[in-house]
Design a protein around this ligand. Structure first.
Ligand code: HAM
Length: 437
């Protein structure tokens, strides 16, 4: 008897069950293919990072750092460096740039093209498409200031989303300048917003002085009317930033990639300089409509205490992209195995295991060891989506043969155990391990 209520997952995190995992697998497979197609190499970075990496990388005044970071409680710090404060990473860019220096990748040929796929953590209000643990496909080009790299990242990302057959995706583009032009622009923005301060949401009242660019991130209804007349950064770029932005646009045009200029796109992370962009999807509602976003971060390396090094990158939300793939393509059915081995008697378990082993030389195979009737086993096999059933009674096991039944056509024939691999060749085309990898 259970003594208390059954334990459920924490709020905002979820299980990706096999039916949904198939779409995830397709999204991840396409991500790896797109990245490798452009010469990006896979890297793994830790899920746990020092808090300073996020504070100085993402920025101490971002919502991500102020409200959404998960801090770890550790068991004393005797083994840790004194005062080590750790967090679950909310994103991967700062980690990848740290790893680029720490691993000596800055010593080799430049730029270095990297990608990683993995979970990120943000204590955000959960809703459709927004979770507290979510997965990102993150790509970074470190060590090259060319606008051509910005466009390369965008083109690769378009390729990824196109390979998944996603329609109604659009690209929004902006430049947010750099250390030379942004400070003067921010003063203009403050001059515009200060007289309006009393009419702003409390968070925005604080932002006017502390981080005015974040005023554009605000989703509060009461702050929206003031955005339209606010000065726009693209009208105040310095000459080098304006030239770089013109080149990004020219290269996007040359590549035939469509975009929409959005002067209010500033992104929620502090490390960006110059180009910023976001991919939106029509059916993702409201604030969660970004399938992914990125931009250039030429000041990030220095903010982390490393030599000044340019970089540009992008991260796509696997959860959101998979949701859209499912919505547009329907559920991707993946049978657990192409062949189901159905022994008709209990004492045939060892023989059935051996048949399973032989089948696996050519296709994925699972054995139904349950004690239910053959009829029940056949019904389950039909429902599973498997392509074949290999049925066997004691007499057949003695002769080392099975009845191999095509579950779609109902055709059945006797096949010797040793001939199974040849008879099943190609069966995984209908599903099986390859389809879900
Ligand atoms: P980001 O815009 O914060 O950028 O996140 C990128 C994508 O991750 C979002 O567009 C969204 O699809 C997904 N995402 C973010 N938060 C959640 C959530 N709570 N639930 C589900 N999906 C979410 C970055 O993280 C930057 N590091 C991107 C980058 C790479 N910039 C340069 N290099």
């Amino acid at each position: 008897m259970p003594t208390s209520s059954p334990i459920r997952a924490a709020r905002g995190v979820r299980d990706i069950l096999p039916a949904e995992r198939a779409a995830w697998a397709a999204v991840e497979r396409a991500a790896r293919q797109s990245a490798r197609g452009f010469g990006y190499q896979e890297i793994e970075v830790p899920v746990i990072e020092p808090v300073e990496l996020i504070e100085r990388g993402v920025g101490g005044d971002t919502d991500i750092f102020r409200k959404e970071i998960y801090r770890l409680e550790t068991h004393g710090d005797s083994e840790d460096e004194p005062g080590a404060r750790l967090v679950l990473r909310p994103e991967a860019t700062a980690s990848v740039v740290r790893a680029y220096f720490q691993g000596g990748l800055n010593q080799g040929p430049q730029p270095v093209r990297l990608f990683t796929i993995g979970p990120m953590f943000r204590h955000d209000r959960p809703q459709f498409g927004r979770y507290r643990q979510f997965s990102q496909f993150d790509v970074e080009v470190v060590g090259d200031p060319s606008p051509a790299c910005d466009v390369e990242v965008i083109e690769m990302t378009w390729g990824w989303l196109a390979a998944l057959g996603l329609g109604s995706v659009s690209l929004e583009l902006n430049s947010i300048g750099d250390d030379r032009c942004r400070p003067a622009y921010l003063r203009l923005l403050q001059d515009y917003y200060r007289p309006l301060r009393d009419r702003l949401h409390p968070d925005c009242q604080r932002r006017v002085d502390e981080n005015p660019l974040r005023l554009f991130d605000c989703k509060e209804e009461q702050c929206q009317p003031f955005k339209a007349a606010a000065p726009r950064i693209i009208d105040h770029l310095c000459e080098p930033c304006a030239t770089a932005f013109a080149e990004v646009k020219a290269l996007l045009d040359a590549a035939g990639l469509e975009y929409r200029l959005n002067p209010y796109l500033v992104r929620g992370l502090d490390y960006y300089t110059r180009t910023v962009f976001e991919f939106q999807h029509g059916s993702l509602g409201g604030a969660q409509n970004a399938l992914g976003g990125g931009g250039r971060y030429d000041g990030l390396a220095a903010a982390l205490g490393y030599p000044d090094t340019p970089g540009v990158g992008f991260a796509g939300g696997i959860d959101r992209v998979a949701l859209m793939v499912e919505q547009e393509a329907g559920e991707v059915p993946v049978p657990p195995a192409a062949v189901l081995v159905l022994p008709m008697e209990e004492r045939l378990d060892a023989a059935a295991a051996q048949v399973g082993r032989l089948c696996r030389r050519a296709a994925s195979a699972a054995v139904d060891y349950s004690r239910r009737s053959l009829r029940a086993k056949m019904r389950a096999a039909d429902r599973s989506g498997a392509r074949w059933a290999a049925i066997m009674n004691a007499e057949e096991a003695g002769r080392r043969v099975v009845q191999l039944r095509d579950l779609a056509s109902g055709e059945q024939r006797e096949v010797g155990w040793e001939d199974l691999p040849a008879s099943l060749a190609g069966a995984d085309g209908a599903g099986g391990p390859e389809a879900s990898r």
